[in-house]
Design a protein around this ligand. Structure first.
Ligand code: FE
Ligand code: FE
Ligand code: ZN
Length: 276
């Protein structure tokens, strides 16, 4: 089964997202657990969740890839931002249990001048205080483009975070194609090599989901600007090889491309064409 979908608005609830995903041709989706800029989360309604779960089963959905607000920063220099980010993720962990067994993806953070070593330590400490044995959610660290002081700029940094976390079985990685490309991994000319490196450094068993994006910028630019599939510097053929790579088969592919609904429907149809 090929699982493809895009980021959907959570404002109307789970069932509405499920239906919207299917309307666009998808069988999985991503959503922000709360306003992407942070703040208070919307109340979860059990009746809505029940309807969604039945709908998802009927339509054979893949694992959801929820996304933490991207403004939070677990390794901020300011203690109040760190605490706020930690509390937000801890609260999201409880909310994720309404839909058990899915993924929760987050940007590891920016060390804002404290240095990568310190950043890794703070992120791992935070995860150690958040993760519980009982949770059914797998928390995904996203591969980042390395813009500014962004952490997760290479596989080694993610590995070092994972190494310091006690409940490693609750952790995975989300492979963002735009970010790894911008981070300097040449998935155009050497996709096999990049995946082999991922395997050596992190282990492919941790690669749980794919953010499927083309990039506006060159290899190693550390810019992080997503482009529509086939219209960027990664290009159609290379994106196709990613979608068809056996190592990534069966993982949820999430589009984060600059599109409206019509554009997403077109991209999803195109990718389905490749993979059918
Ligand atoms: Fe992200
Ligand atoms: Fe992403
Ligand atoms: Zn990005």
């Amino acid at each position: 089964m090929f699982y493809i979908g895009n980021h959907l608005s959570a404002s109307k609830g789970y069932e509405a997202m499920g239906k919207q995903a299917v309307k666009l041709g998808g069988n999985v989706f991503a959503f922000f657990t709360r306003n992407p800029r942070g703040g208070k989360a919307k109340e979860i309604k059990e009746a809505d969740v029940e309807k969604y779960l039945a709908y998802a089963e009927e339509h054979e959905f893949g694992k959801l890839v929820a996304h933490a607000p991207y403004t939070m920063n677990l390794c901020a220099a300011k203690e109040d931002i760190r605490n706020f980010s930690r509390e937000m993720i801890a609260d999201d962990m409880k909310r994720m249990e309404y839909t058990p067994g899915n993924y929760y993806n987050f940007h590891p953070g920016s060390h804002v001048g404290q240095g990568a070593e310190k950043g890794i330590e703070i992120i791992a400490d935070a995860l150690n205080s958040i993760l519980t044995k009982e949770q059914s959610t797998t928390v995904l660290l996203e591969t980042m483009a390395g813009k500014g002081t962004e952490m997760g700029r290479n596989f080694e940094e993610l590995r070092e975070i994972i190494d310091r976390v006690e409940l490693k079985e609750k952790l995975g990685v989300c492979f963002d194609t735009c970010h790894v490309w911008d981070g300097g991994y040449d998935i155009v000319n050497d996709l096999d090599g990049v995946l082999t490196e991922f395997d050596h450094v992190i282990g492919l068993d941790r690669l749980c989901a794919v953010h499927f994006n083309d990039s506006m910028n060159d290899l190693g630019s550390h810019k992080d600007r997503h482009q529509k599939i086939g219209e960027g510097k990664i290009g159609l053929e290379a994106m196709k090889r990613v979608a068809l790579h056996p190592v990534l088969a069966g993982k949820p592919f999430i589009l984060e491309t600059p599109n409206d609904d019509e554009g997403y429907a077109k991209e999803i149809a195109m990718i389905r064409e490749w993979t059918s």
